[in-house]
Design a protein around this ligand. Structure first.
Ligand code: CP3
Length: 343
């Protein structure tokens, strides 16, 4: 069985001898070969140049051949950028948007949705290159942000601590909020269709900030837009929904149309597995900070997670969020060896 087949079988909840493995932000600052490339080109140059984005995507698979899936090297913020709101990195860490979205007029003057796929055609080119290079051996994942998570960056003007502006907009100017989310939803549908045409085997939607809104408002702020996106994609196409801090909404997420729920490390994954419908797979959920500790701790905790899932179908092994720049290569090696060698 190829890695690609193993990955797709786990998405379909087919029983397997061991779960497939990949990690979120597998390309990133913890890899010396990534840092070497980034010394020559900026992050945005790498994202926009298909040959470079392909190289960065494949770096972790070359170093860790046990990984079963490749995730496109890009960023969720290419959608705001395609809509006319560029982004950069703050020197102090975090994201700075080129300007802050504050008014209905600014929403109306964003780039028309129809133009979005063309403006992101480099992503399709990168996926096509990757498809050829992976030759059907590994699964190829596309991705994008959820409408809500993207809206937080656009309305806050970048990374945020308290998310006051986006909440203010949601509670005081719902029609304006809805107009923005509608535009993002339509853009993401067009973008994901383009990724599927270009060869993605699955799409992961990152609702990284789904957990910051009051529980009873998760539906209107985030989940309903995600459902609309999934409903617009081909019926059998695997969508993975990652959300952070949304444990009370797992059941609703399971009925969103997503084939896989990617859950953060604060959940006990075996309990999540038992409580969800059997046709929905789960992905996760090791705490990424464990990769900053020692190989012995990683082996212990990864084995504990594997054992807790023994005998269940529909598990993709992953971290509960993105790997950090402080992750140790020896810890990643041990993680890969532990999952791929598990019996
Ligand atoms: O997993 C992968 O390697 C795929 C590529 C990927 C990146 N970003 C590359 C990246 C993916 C899937 C993302 C998603 C993303 N981007 C999310 C959702 C996932 C999550 O982490 O919750 C979010 C919120 C973003 C926005 C973003 N981009 C942030 C908050 C940052 C970090 C900024 C900082 O100063 O720490 C980025 C930068 C980024 N995106 C890096 C990478 C490899 C690091 C860039 C670098 O400095 O080299």
């Amino acid at each position: 069985m190829t890695s690609r087949e193993r990955f797709l079988a786990a998405c379909a909840c087919t029983p397997l001898d061991r779960p497939p493995l990949w990690v979120m932000r597998q390309a990133g600052r913890y890899l010396p070969e990534y840092r070497a490339l980034k010394a020559k080109s900026s992050f945005l140059e790498m994202v926009r140049t298909p040959a470079l984005a392909t190289e960065v995507t494949l770096q972790p698979l070359q170093r860790f051949p046990g990984l079963d899936a490749a995730i496109l090297f890009s960023d969720i913020l290419v959608i705001p950028e395609a809509l006319g709101q560029g982004y950069n990195f703050r020197d102090t860490g975090g994201i700075a948007m080129a300007w802050r979205l504050e008014t209905r007029a600014q929403i109306d003057s964003l780039v028309p949705v129809d133009a979005v796929p063309d403006r992101l055609s480099y992503v399709a080119d990168t996926l096509a290159l990757l498809k050829t290079q992976l030759a059907g051996q590994r699964a190829l994942l596309g991705f994008g942000g959820s409408p809500w998570t993207l809206a937080t960056y656009m309305v806050e003007g970048g990374s945020s601590d308290e998310f006051e502006r986006i909440k203010q907009l949601f509670y005081t100017e719902r029609a304006t909020f809805d107009a923005l989310l509608e535009k993002l939803t339509a853009s993401l549908i067009a973008y994901f269709k383009m990724q599927i045409r270009a060869g993605a085997d699955a799409i992961q939607i990152f609702d990284s900030w789904g957990g910051i809104i009051a529980g009873p408002d998760y539906e209107a702020s985030s989940l309903k837009w995600i459902r609309a996106i999934i409903a617009a994609l081909p019926a059998d196409f695997p969508v993975i929904l990652y959300a952070k801090g949304t444990a009370p909404h797992l059941t609703d997420q399971a009925f969103s149309g997503a084939r896989v729920l990617s859950v953060d490390w604060t959940n006990d994954l075996s309990i999540v597995r038992r409580n969800l419908p059997a046709n929905v797979a789960v992905q996760g959920n090791l705490d990424p900070v464990l990769l900053n500790t020692t190989p012995a701790i990683v082996r212990h905790e990864a084995t504990r997670l594997l054992e807790s899932m023994r005998g269940t179908a529909g598990h993709i092994f992953n971290l509960g969020h993105g790997i950090t720049p402080q992750a140790k290569l020896a810890c990643m090696e041990t993680l890969v060896a532990t999952v791929t060698g598990w019996k």
